[in-house]
Design a protein around this ligand. Structure first.
Ligand SMILES: Cc1cc2nc3c(=O)[nH]c(=O)nc-3n(C[C@H](O)[C@H](O)[C@H](O)COP(=O)(O)O)c2cc1C
Length: 685
């Protein structure tokens, strides 16, 4: 593809605002206000820097505070009201004119990179904070609500007067944005009950019976009145975008794609918006919407943008797990959208666009998002350069090349070992990496063999490729020992020997009993087991994805665990989207289950509150509902805690002056902690 012919690199004009290209940075939550007082300062610019420098035509922020009376996110992100001054603190603000001047710094920075700056406007809705397990039958229908005043969280049904204030505050916010030189505003009316405008639109969650609820026309009233009022104050020539759900994903309980095209888009068009940004769903009742997790296909919501694009003359913005420039280009060329928003991919690699322009087309050149959705995704798991941008004053060592390169030995080629080796090599050290197995990637590569988490392989492929480019001497099938390390005589030894998942004593003698990790490595064996419909018992909900995988392949799988169904997918290191996805699949918890058929798979049978007691010739012994039971099995897979593998650490210290432990070998963690820890240690060599 010739760069000069690329649709993505062609400018586009939206109501007088010309973007240099058709790639935007998707709205990404609160913009920190530097010192926490609502004003923009260098810390804020630090937070946005790599996103703006990434070469996007536009950076769109998440919702900026414009409502002086309604506070939100108290506690959860440190944003609340300054009680003394009655002024919101934390996230960047435009709540009164005093903030305008400070925004000009960010505007100037964006413009110095020929990047347009947009801000979202929209007050949070009732479920911005709630988790799905809080859903009670009686709460299913909301009159639309805002987070209440003062000490939150408490829900508060908006009065008509309050809604009128919301309209006015939003319009005044838009006017201040215009005065600050911000290039456009985007009304955030997507994501259902997460946002007030979306809550108003949602037929399931809005059961008001006044002028702001009832039929679709009345549900649109809040948004339409806001759009019209904004137009009155900013005039006809200021670009006004709106983000909506392309489908509520609730079947006949919400708006389908057809409803949106037929009943919502034309009204917005007539009311005077300049572009439609198409997102999906809501945080409460389904997982797929705001932040599609790893389980969803790349480009998952683009079909909704295409549907709207076919029905409107307005420019349409598409989004959703778009991870390569090639994908973005294809969607543009085929007319699915006019602009592509990339969110997490630009967190994962700020050079995504530039690498492509520079002709670095191998996918491993660019670090691809793994859609892991760990909490606070802005501190990207796989990209340490994005780490700490929300923390004013966070410092990291530079990647400057060292004057006196050291001989560095990294033992273990999981993601921690690869990251340490990569960063040490970037700094100019002479790096060797030994890996016991025949391939790199450790546990992460093993997890990536399950289709639901196959995106994890991205970081393994990236690491492997970068190591070969940086000429790191990688030796696979190389088992380290103290003697070998002593003979190698490195200046620095970094131990990244990972962790094991040992079987408990009471399972040691069982036949065809193995740990989750071992089972994943022996996956080919299971493929044939699955074909023969063998009985597979998986113990431990952390192996839920693997259980689903085996089940889909045809095995008769029972997934059991000692805890209740609400614990499934609840490990703290991933966002609630994992939990929601797995719980919707595997439990009877009362979520709204209107999911497109394409995402349904054959499920394992799930036994909660089942405690494994042992295994014998007669089967798996377990305790369930007060009874000791036995279940026949062909394979028992045990998913339990991991134990760090740091046996070499003490002994090696006798022979090598500098020894570090990183990743699981130092402390059992996850991809994020492994990469942060490894990168940090290697930067400081
Ligand atoms: C950390 C994070 C924060 C987000 N915050 C917002 C937001 O404030 N407003 C919004 O409309 N969407 C928000 N989103 C959704 C993104 O704009 C985007 O639609 C979504 O991440 C899918 O795009 P991606 O797969 O390219 O990341 C957020 C996403 C992430 C990952």
């Amino acid at each position: 593809m010739k760069i000069e012919n690329m649709e993505l690199l062609k400018p586009i004009t939206i109501n007088g605002m010309t973007l240099k290209n058709r790639l935007g940075n998707a709205p990404f939550g609160s913009v920190p206000s530097g010192d926490g007082d609502g004003y923009i300062n260098d810390n804020t610019i630090g937070h946005c820097r790599t996103l703006i420098e990434s070469g996007v035509g536009m950076l769109m922020t998440g919702p900026i505070r414009v409502y002086p009376e309604v506070s939100r996110f108290i506690g959860s992100s440190g944003v609340g009201q300054d009680k003394e001054q009655k002024r919101p603190i934390g996230t960047a603000s435009l709540v009164d004119d005093s903030y305008i001047e400070s925004w000009k710094k960010l505007v100037d920075f964006a413009h110095s990179h020929d990047c347009k700056l947009g801000i979202q406007l929209g007050e949070w809705g009732p479920q911005a904070l709630n988790s799905m397990s809080d859903l009670k039958e009686e709460n299913k229908k909301y009159k639309y609500l805002a987070l209440g005043q003062g000490e939150l969280p408490e829900q508060h049904i908006m009065t008509v007067e309050e809604l009128e204030k919301i309209i006015e505050y939003t319009a005044q916010g838009a006017l201040r944005a215009q005065k600050a030189g911000i290039d456009c505003v985007e009304l955030h009316a997507a994501h259902s009950t997460g946002l007030l405008f979306a809550n108003a639109l949602d037929p399931f969650f809005n059961n008001r019976d006044d002028e702001y609820g009832g039929d679709v026309g009345r549900r649109l009233n809040l948004l339409v009145k806001t759009i019209k009022r904004i137009r009155e104050v900013v005039g006809p020539d200021y670009p006004l975008l709106v983000r909506i759900n392309g489908d509520d994903l609730k079947g006949d309980l919400g708006h389908t794609s057809e409803d949106v095209c037929r009943h919502i888009v034309p009204v917005l068009e007539a009311a005077g918006v300049d572009a439609i940004d198409v997102s999906m769903g809501g945080p409460m009742y389904e997982t797929q919407g705001p932040l599609p997790p790893v389980y969803y296909p790349r480009g998952c919501w683009m079909y909704l943008a295409r549907a709207i694009k076919q029905d409107t003359k307005l420019p349409v913005i598409g989004v959703g797990r778009i991870t390569t420039i090639e994908m973005a280009e294809k969607y543009l060329r085929e007319g699915w959208a006019d602009i592509i928003y990339m969110g997490r991919q630009i967190f994962a690699d700020q050079n995504t666009l530039q690498n492509f322009i520079d002709g670095k087309k191998e996918y491993q050149e660019t670090r691809q998002c793994i859609a892991c959705l760990k909490p606070g995704c802005i501190d990207c798991s796989v990209n340490y350069d994005r780490f700490g941008t929300m923390r004013p004053g966070f410092k990291r060592a530079t990647l400057d090349r060292v004057e006196n390169p050291k001989k560095v030995l990294v033992v273990g080629g999981g993601v921690a070992g690869m990251e340490a080796a990569r960063v040490a090599a970037l700094k100019g050290h002479k790096v060797t990496l030994w890996e016991r197995e025949g391939n790199l990637g450790g546990i992460v590569a093993t997890l990536a063999t399950t289709p639901l988490t196959s995106e994890f392989q991205n970081i393994v492929d990236y690491g492997s490729y970068q190591l070969s480019k940086l000429e790191v001497d990688v030796r696979c099938c190389c088992v380290a020992s103290v003697e070998k390390i002593k003979a190698f005589a490195p200046d620095v030894c970094i131990l990244a020997t990972g962790a094991e998942m040992p079987l408990p004593d009471f399972l040691q003698d069982g036949l065809m009993v193995m740990s989750h990790l071992e089972a994943m490595k022996r996956k080919r064996e299971f493929r044939s087991l699955a074909q023969w419909k063998k009985e597979v018992v998986v113990y431990g909900f952390t192996a839920a994805e693997f259980a689903i995988d085996l089940s889909e392949a045809g095995a008769n799988v029972t997934l059991m665990g000692p805890a209740g169904e609400s614990s499934i997918g609840s490990e703290g290191w991933v966002r609630r989207e994992r939990k929601y996805f797995l719980q919707r699949k595997l439990t009877d918890i009362n979520y709204i289950r209107r999911t497109p058929d394409t995402y349904r798979v054959h499920n394992p049978r799930v036994l909660t509150h089942a405690k494994l007691e042992g295994v014998g010739n007669d089967g798996v012994h377990y305790y369930h509902n007060g009874i000791h039971k036995t279940m026949p099995y062909d394979v028992l897979i045990y998913s339990g805690g991991r134990k760090k593998n740091d046996d070499l650490f003490e002994a090696v210290q006798q022979y090598v002056s500098t020894v570090h432990k990183i990743g699981d070998c130092d402390s059992i963690g996850n991809i994020t902690t492994a990469i942060q820890n490894a990168n940090d240690i290697a930067r400081n060599l």
